[in-house]
Design a protein around this ligand. Sequence first.
Ligand code: SF4
Length: 710
Amino acid sequence: MPQANRLARTTCPYCGVGCGVTATLENGQLIAVEGDREHPANYGRLCVKGTALHETLGEQGRLLKPRVDGEEVSWEQALTATAERLQAQRSAHGPQSVAAYLSGQLLTEDYYVANKLFKGFLGTPHLDTNSRLCMASAVAGYKRAFGADAVPCSYEDLEEAELVVLVGSNLAWNHPVLYQRLKVAKERNPLMRVVVIDPRVTDTCEIADLYLGIRPGSDAYLFNGLLAWMADHQRLDSVYLERHTEGLDDALSTARHNADSVEVVARECDVDAERLETFYYWFASQLHVVTLYSQGVNQSSSGTDKCNAIINCHLAGGKIGLPGAGPFSITGQPNAMGGREVGGLANQLAAHMDYHTPGARELVSRFWTTQHLTPALPDAPGYKAVELFDAIERGEITALWVMATNPAVSMPDGEKVRRALAKCPLVIVSECVANTDLLPFADIVLPASGWSEKDGTVTNSERRISRQRGMLPPPGEAKHDWWILCEVAKRLGVGEAFDYTHPWEIFDEHARLSGYENSGDTQRLFNISGLAGLGQAAYDALAPIQWPVTQQASRGTARLFEDGRFATANGRAKLLPITPRPPEQPLSDDYPLRLNTGRVRDQWHTMTRTARAPRLMNHRAEPFIELHPDDAAQAGLTDQGLAKLTAAAGEYCGRVRVSNAQRQGEVFVPMHWTDCFTKQGRSGALIKGYTDPLSGQPEAKQGAVAVSKL
Ligand code: SF4
């Protein structure tokens, strides 16, 4: 007998906007989705990817059973093999021979358990995440300036701003609902201006009052120039600087040294000087300015410096801690922020504490009751993503557990990463999908539950914690990631610390740790102790809320630093001296074109889900190479023909798209295609593994390639 339809509220699993979704279930099937009208991230809106979520479900193509050495086995056999082989590697080569590589697709509860097991109980600091490829430079920039990885703004600030500056962000394609909100706000407020700073003319330019098509990698010149211009035109907020910051003199003299006039900056950035000065005037004249930046800034060998060059200008103008003001980093993935909260980066310990945070190691040790363990909680950071795979290639790391991500596609130096995986003695992969480029490297394959099946929380780009809710049973024998980790922990003999029976218990522990022995401490912004002790029913019903959430701020916190006090030792924000650096991947006679990589509107990462919805494939059906008409003509290429890109790291083939949106001398390729879809359409094969020295984020947007006809 048919059952009545049931509605369930959850969160979209794709981008960092973190839209609320209302799902309709009928006879055990998820038959429709729409935007959750009450969710503060989207108020009922969804982008095209979000509206197709129900079309990407189903058992076909899913990983259904555990496998060991290519043979299907029972869960008992798979879990025992995982524990025994991890233990064998540890015993033979030491605790630091074991590593984990996680994902911004995991839920916070999965992340928490993985971080606790690897750092706390296996004693290895080598746990990193694909979020390293997405926002690590933004994190490092915030920490240097504010003393904490703390995004100051809310989405409302975009709507309340008089000027919104979008840097290295194709918001229209990559964070579409935020773009829609900004577009509506601009229509409602004719005085609002939008400036787009991006080497490519993207769809985001549709709402731009001013577009600056800068040379890739020249952002630091542009913002150094802005700081110098503000000083030269008496547009610094001297009261704010005096009361709440330090470092202006150094930052300003360095900025003046390399960007001392509009003409010099215009030349370095390859933009029109008049338009540049218009931007400077607009920025300096408004108090309510949001600068929103994304992977175009972060994915650079000097990404952290670029972030700080932006933050410098906000601090210098007092444009922070106010409605409609602040430097706002937008993350790519749905839970890049949640991963940071639990310590899911190799340089973090737990709950936003770093290894060098005074007393942090002892505090975490006491909380996890690992004081008497050998090995103890690590005392120094582990390898960041690129370093991690280098260490595997060197034979230093001999066991790797990968969860919910595909480094065989997404890492730079793709062929090197594949060589490392091939020689790693133990590769364990937790995965939803039956056919990925990574699985042939796996010794143990563990089928994991996915969106609509798993239960937990994610945190979006504005620090808002939302529930993802399980509505459907996992297919086949798939299990939740946190459960898999706990079962392995039991077989490693540390099950007492991992006896969770439901994600709410994990969330509760995570919330307690965030405020442990720390009540009232303003030095640690990440505090969600106000969400501890919820119990299962309240956790199930948890409404979206922005951290910090404490007893004093029980309804969350929309905006940070309103009182001008920062999380540094003296409470002052720091302006940093920034010396611009060119990309590490040099152009040459062999590789004369600058390569840019990124997402397309209707696909998500390696397309394991979005490619299942035929209508999403209509937008861009195959890998492509977008380039300027003059570059196409010089290489004898025509629109829709086939071409090959060659780089020092590898090759890529795709359909030619000739476009004036591309600057001359530069090409763009999408990041989504894998060997499972098309041979030689992987952008990761073209990028060398150069990284930012502070954040470890790879330089994915400034490769060097040559193009030829195929
Ligand atoms: Fe999902 Fe992002 Fe689209 Fe919102 S904007 S529906 S979070 S992909």
